[in-house]
Design a binder for this molecule. Structure first.
Ligand SMILES: Cc1cc2nc3c(=O)[nH]c(=O)nc-3n(C[C@H](O)[C@H](O)[C@H](O)COP(=O)(O)OP(=O)(O)OC[C@H]3O[C@@H](n4cnc5c(N)ncnc54)[C@H](O)[C@@H]3O)c2cc1C
Length: 437
């Protein structure tokens, strides 16, 4: 291990996404020696602000403060002076269908169809009917595909597979704020004082006298406890060898909470062809596929598109250039064919193909809603699981992952007999705020 990191930490945290950072901040606050091991060469996991691929900052993973009014990471952004943009009133103004602007009546009909589908799924789930969201909502033409898009963008799995009960538990709050300073960059700022070893994939976690032996390509660590924050799909794929293995009930719960598919395409706009637009939100259906566009976010000359489900899988299998061309066709259908000349660099995300993530975020399979509380409540000390999947109401989100990390680190500290304070999801080291401006 590098000399500047603790060589005999009490706790090893595996993964430096929002959950690992939440756990690390908590252990710092409690004065418990720890180290965070991360497979990738960067910090943030699914929180990843990219400013190189298309020459302008955009988030490959999380971008929105969901439930912004009560989101602790939004509150931390306020303290750090990290930029975000509250959603404008006319956010969802522009709808296009194969290039034609939709008339107001059609937009209203779509809004009603989506609301009715969400309400039906919520009612079924809220009353404990653990059927799929698609079955509860009875998705049908002409606008069932818009409702499907919403289910799959929130849940990331196929609407036929997402549990209505788990969906009804999700608390999206009242506001989504666009993190213009980069959500990934915020998470990275929060990690600035933590002892982190990147480029260090954990191979195995083996029970040993007094705790565990953690095997990595850079050597073996022997902590008293481990906080494991990798995604449910990484756990289910057995990419880290656990000795002994997880209890069979925990293993089944993980299999019932897979990460589905959501991806993004981002393109650079050269020559500034849409100068009047800032933070434009456009829904465009083209050839049967729905693209949710963020046009010139924070005034940057880029467009990003959110993709879900089978469409996301198809697009992320393309090369960056081909995915950019596909998005260029969508922009041409909305803004006119001349814009094709303004499409510059392009990037498509590949979260499902990423061996350290293997999907977007967790959803409970229909009929398996009990898996999430079972996983949250599973007692495996001195092994602790944390991450977005381990919150009942804020799963699939970055702030949910952070909350889970904070709470799990508290449990681990209690196990070590070292907790005298309540969890604090807003805690940052005093040195952090003045040190980073
Ligand atoms: C396309 C997309 C859009 C999203 N949009 C939003 C949004 O707008 N708002 C929102 O709130 N949420 C959003 N999310 C979800 C949010 O990004 C995640 O819920 C959150 O970042 C997950 O954090 P985590 O710490 O649980 O997991 P991760 O971020 O996955 O962290 C786990 C870490 O473990 C590491 N790891 C894996 N294997 C090993 C190993 N063997 N050894 C060491 N380290 C390992 C991984 O590399 C990773 O860094 C989005 C996600 C995606 C994919």
């Amino acid at each position: 291990m590098p000399a500047n990191l603790p060589t005999s930490p009490d706790i090893v945290i595996i993964g430096v996404g929002a959950a690992g950072i939440g756990a690390g901040l908590t252990l710092t606050r409690l004065g418990i020696p720890f180290v965070i091991l991360e497979a990738k060469d960067r910090i943030g996991g699914r929180a990843y602000s990219d400013d190189t691929s298309i020459g302008h900052l955009w988030d490959q993973g999380c971008h929105w403060f969901h439930a912004a009014e009560k989101n602790p990471l939004r509150m931390i952004a306020d303290r750090l002076g990290h930029a975000y943009v509250p959603k404008a009133e006319d956010w969802w103004r522009d709808y296009y269908d194969d290039g034609r602007p939709m008339p107001a009546e059609q937009r209203e009909a779509i809004a009603q169809a989506v609301d009715a589908a969400l309400s039906a799924a919520h009612a079924a789930g809220g009353s404990g009917r653990d059927i799929s969201q698609a079955a509860a909502a009875k998705l049908a033409p002409p606008y069932g595909d818009f409702a499907r898009f919403v289910f799959e963008a929130i849940g990331s799995g196929p609407a036929e597979d997402i549990s209505a009960v788990d969906g009804a538990r999700y608390d999206g709050g009242d506001n989504d704020y666009s993190v213009s300073g980069g959500y990934g960059r915020l998470i990275e700022r929060m990690a600035a004082r933590l002892p982190i070893r990147t480029g260090c994939p954990v191979k195995s976690v083996t029970a040993a006298p007094g705790g565990f032996a953690i095997a990595t390509p850079q050597g073996t660590l022997r902590p008293r406890a481990v906080i494991l924050t990798v995604s449910t799909s990484v756990l289910a794929a057995g990419r880290i060898k656990l000795e002994p293995g997880l209890p069979s009930a925990v293993h089944s719960a993980i299999a019932d909470l897979p990460c589905g598919s959501c991806e993004k395409i981002a393109v650079e706009l050269t020559g500034d062809p849409l100068p009047g637009i800032t933070d434009g939100k456009v829904i465009a259906r083209l050839g049967g596929d729905i693209f949710s566009l963020q046009v010139r976010p924070a005034g940057r000359p880029i467009v990003t598109s959110y993709l879900s489900g089978e469409h996301a899988q198809r697009m992320s299998a393309l090369t960056d250039a081909d995915a950019g061309a596909a998005l260029g066709e969508v922009l041409a259908s909305v803004y006119g064919s001349a814009i094709r000349r303004n499409i510059g660099r392009a990037k498509v995300t590949r979260w499902t193909a990423d061996p350290h993530v293997l999907g977007a975020y967790s959803y409970a399979k229909a009929g398996r809603a009990a898996a999430r509380p079972a996983l949250i409540e599973a007692e495996m000390a001195p092994l602790f699981l944390a991450g977005e999947a381990m919150t009942l109401n804020f799963y699939s989100t970055c702030h949910g992952a952070h909350i889970s990390g904070v709470q799990t680190a508290h449990k681990a500290a209690q196990y070590l007999g070292q907790v005298a304070v309540e969890p604090d999801v807003l805690w940052l080291p005093e040195t952090l705020t003045p040190a980073i401006s």
